[in-house]
Design a protein around this ligand. Structure first.
Ligand code: IMP
Ligand code: MG
Length: 193
């Protein structure tokens, strides 16, 4: 098959998508996400120059972000994954965070936690608390999106891509009840009526 390098296949990005009967409208475009990741990568490279980093990717939401950020970083990187779940089928955090597996591999290493979004902050708080038990050399947190109106600065965030309003979003890894992760842009729940 011949590779199609025209940009036409991107011209039909939908303005609206419907998931389980709920309408979401386009909110943050791919190019804006890419710019944010470029800025984050530059800051991380500056801060970690000459050091080896363990990127701890929080599944599933941060997968797209982690894949793009990892490829933007000219650093010696180890990629590790942790599964965290807090939302279930709801649109607000349940507050209980389930983590699986030992994080023994972080001992004496510089850990960079990669999150999709900081909402209430309970996931990031739970992961950082859990990490400390394994005595890493350092812990920093990078999140693509942040809802400061919700967490009000109560959590450790070292690298933030884009601050957003306290709205429910999907796309670029983020889901609504497991759907919407594959959308290339980020969409917000449309106001009803
Ligand atoms: P927190 O623990 O309340 O900060 O929420 C963190 C997790 O909930 C994130 O890692 C996401 O997986 C999920 N989450 C938070 N806000 C949203 C959203 O607007 N859309 C989809 N998932 C979200
Ligand atoms: Mg997540």
């Amino acid at each position: 098959m011949k590779l199609d390098v025209s940009s036409e296949r991107h011209s039909s990005v939908p303005e609206r998508v419907t998931l389980y009967g709920k309408v979401f409208e386009r909110y943050i475009e791919q190019s804006v996400i890419a710019d944010a990741i470029g800025r984050m990568a530059a800051a991380i490279e500056r801060d970690y120059a000459g050091r080896e980093v363990v990127m701890l990717v929080v599944l599933k939401g941060a997968m797209m972000f982690a894949a793009d950020l990892a490829r933007a970083l000219q650093l010696s990187l180890q990629l590790e994954f942790v599964r965290a779940s807090s939302y279930g089928a709801a649109m607000t955090s349940s507050g209980t965070v389930t983590l699986d597996g030992s994080l023994e591999f972080v001992r004496n290493r510089h850990v960079l936690v990669i999150e999709d979004i900081a909402d209430s902050g309970s996931t990031i708080r739970a992961i950082c608390d859990h990490l400390r038990e394994f005595a890493p050399a350092s812990i920093a947190v990078a999140t693509l999106l942040s809802k400061p109106a919700v967490h009000r600065g109560t959590i450790q965030l070292d690298y933030v891509g884009i601050e957003i309003e306290p709205v429910f979003v999907v796309g670029y890894g983020l889901d609504y009840n497991e759907l919407g992760r594959n959308l290339a842009d980020i969409y917000r729940l449309a106001e009803e009526g």
